[in-house]
Design a protein around this ligand. Structure first.
Ligand SMILES: Cc1ncc(COP(=O)(O)O)c(C=O)c1O
Length: 374
C-alpha cells in the first residue's frame, strides 16, 4: 500500500533528535527552528520527559482514558497554576482540531445558538466545524457550508459588533497569534474590546492558543499580552512536546453535565505524563522567560535585514515576510546551512523553535541567513 500523498516533503529522513538538533539517516545534524509545527516545547528527547513517559509506560502500558486517572487532576492543577487560569476547569482530548470542535460545541450548548465568527487568514483545524471556521482556500469543501459561520477581517471591531448585535452568534474564535496565517498578532486593544462585546451580546469568546500557547509567545498564553479573559481557551501542540494531546480550559460559569463531552483516548495516562513533564520542565528551566528573551533578541536582529519586508510575531513565534518568494532561501538554509525552518504561503518563513533554543543557536541562524541572502 502507498501513503496518501498529501505532504510536500524535503528529501531529509530524520532518525534521531536531541534538544534543538535533528540528525538524519546519513548522520548529518540540523538545527531545528521549526519544532514539528510548534510542537516541540521542551526540546527533543528531554531526559526528564523521556523518563516520565518510560516510567508511566512500564506502570500501565497504553491503558487509556479513565475518570479515576489521578494524573488528569495533577495536570489540571499544574496547568492552572502555571497559566494563571487556576479557577478554570480542563477537558482533555487528543489534538488541536478536536479541542476546537469541543470548544465550539460547548459554546453552542451554553448559548443555544449556532452561528460562529472567525477571522481572515485563521486556521483552526481540519475536522468539520474547525475547518469551516478556518480561512484557507486550500481546504474548503462543501462541508464547510453546513456550519453557519462568517469570516471577518482581523482587528475590525465595527464589523465584529455588527455581527454580534444580531444576537445569534454562539462564539467568536480567534488565535492568540495567527499560526498558518503567518504570525499575525491581533491587537491587544482588539482582543480586549472583543471580550467586552462578547460579554455584552452573550457570545462566547474562544481563544485558540493551540500554536501560540504554552509559553511560546513569552507569556503562557499569547492573549495574556492583552487584558482579556476568554471564556474558553484551546490548547494542543506544545502541551505534549510531540505526544498527541489537546484540551479546553473552561471558565467557571460553564456548568458540566455528565455525558456532555467525551472521548476514548483523551487524557490517557501517557498523555498526562507527557503533559506534566512538559510543565515541570517549563517551570524548572524557565522556558517562558527564555522564549521572551531569545525571541526578542532574534526579532530585533531580524528587523535589521533589508530583504525582510516585515518581522511579525512574539517570543519564539516569528514570521518573516520577504519581498521575494522564499522557496530557494529555505532550500539553501536546509541543504547548505543545515537549518530547518517553516513556511506560510510563498513569501513568509516561519520560525517556531523549541523553547530551549539558545542565543548561540539563533546567532548561527542569523549568520546563515545573512550568507544565504547574500
Ligand atoms: C491555531 C491552530 N489551531 C488548530 C490547529 C489544529 O491542530 P491539530 O493539527 O492538532 O488538529 C492548528 C494546527 O496547526 C493550529 O495552528
Amino acid at each position: 500500500m502507498e501513503l496518501f500523498d498529501v505532504y510536500p516533503l524535503f528529501d531529509v529522513e530524520p532518525v534521531a533528535a536531541q534538544g534543538c538538533t535533528i540528525t538524519d539517516k546519513n548522520g548529518v545534524e540540523y538545527l531545528d527552528l521549526y519544532g514539528g509545527h510548534a510542537v516541540i516545547s521542551v526540546g527533543h528527547s528531554h531526559p526528564y520527559y523521556v523518563q516520565m513517559l518510560s516510567e508511566q509506560l512500564k506502570k500501565m502500558g497504553f491503558y487509556s482514558n479513565s475518570v479515576q486517572n489521578p494524573l488528569q487532576k495533577e495536570l489540571a492543577l499544574k496547568l492552572g497554576s502555571l497559566s494563571g487560569y487556576g479557577d478554570y476547569s480542563l477537558f482533555l482530548c487528543n489534538s488541536g482540531a478536536e479541542a476546537n470542535e469541543n470548544a465550539l460545541k460547548l459554546a453552542s450548548f451554553h448559548t443555544e445558538r449556532a452561528r460562529i465568527v472567525s477571522f481572515e487568514k485563521s486556521f483552526h483545524g481540519r475536522t468539520s466545524a474547525a475547518v469551516a471556521v478556518t480561512d484557507n482556500p486550500a481546504i474548503i469543501s462543501p462541508l464547510n457550508d453546513t456550519v453557519d459561520r462568517i469570516i471577518l477581517p482581523l482587528n475590525d471591531l465595527d464589523a465584529l459588533e455588527n455581527e454580534l448585535m444580531e444576537g445569534d452568534v454562539a462564539a467568536v474564535i480567534v488565535e492568540g497569534i495567527q499560526g498558518i496565517g503567518g504570525c499575525r498578532v491581533p491587537e491587544p486593544s482588539f482582543l480586549e474590546e472583543a471580550g467586552k462585546l462578547c460579554r455584552r451580546y452573550g457570545t462566547v469568546l474562544i481563544l485558540d492558543e493551540i500554536q501560540s500557547g504554552y509559553g511560546r509567545s513569552g507569556k503562557f498564553f499569547a492573549h495574556q499580552y492583552a487584558n482579556v479573559k476568554p471564556d474558553l481557551i484551546t490548547i494542543a501542540k506544545g502541551m505534549g512536546n510531540g505526544f498527541p494531546v489537546g484540551g479546553v480550559l473552561i471558565r467557571p460559569e460553564f456548568e458540566a453535565r455528565k455525558g456532555m463531552l467525551g472521548t476514548t483516548f483523551g487524557g490517557n495516562y501517557l498523555a498526562c505524563a507527557a503533559s506534566i513533564a512538559v510543565l515541570d520542565i517549563m517551570q524548572s528551566e524557565q522556558l517562558i522567560e527564555n522564549a521572551e528573551i531569545v525571541g526578542n533578541y532574534l526579532m530585533t536582529k531580524l528587523a535589521g535585514f533589508e530583504k525582510i519586508k516585515e518581522v511579525r510575531g512574539r517570543g519564539l513565534m516569528i514570521g518573516l515576510e520577504f519581498n521575494e518568494p522564499i522557496a530557494e532561501i529555505r532550500k539553501k538554509l536546509l541543504f547548505e546551512e543545515k537549518i530547518f525552518t517553516g513556511v506560510t504561503g510563498t513569501h513568509t518563513i516561519r520560525l517556531l523553535p523549541p523553547l530551549t533554543v539558545t542565543r548561540e543557536q539563533v546567532d548561527r541562524f542569523l549568520s546563515a541567513l545573512k550568507k544565504v541572502l547574500g
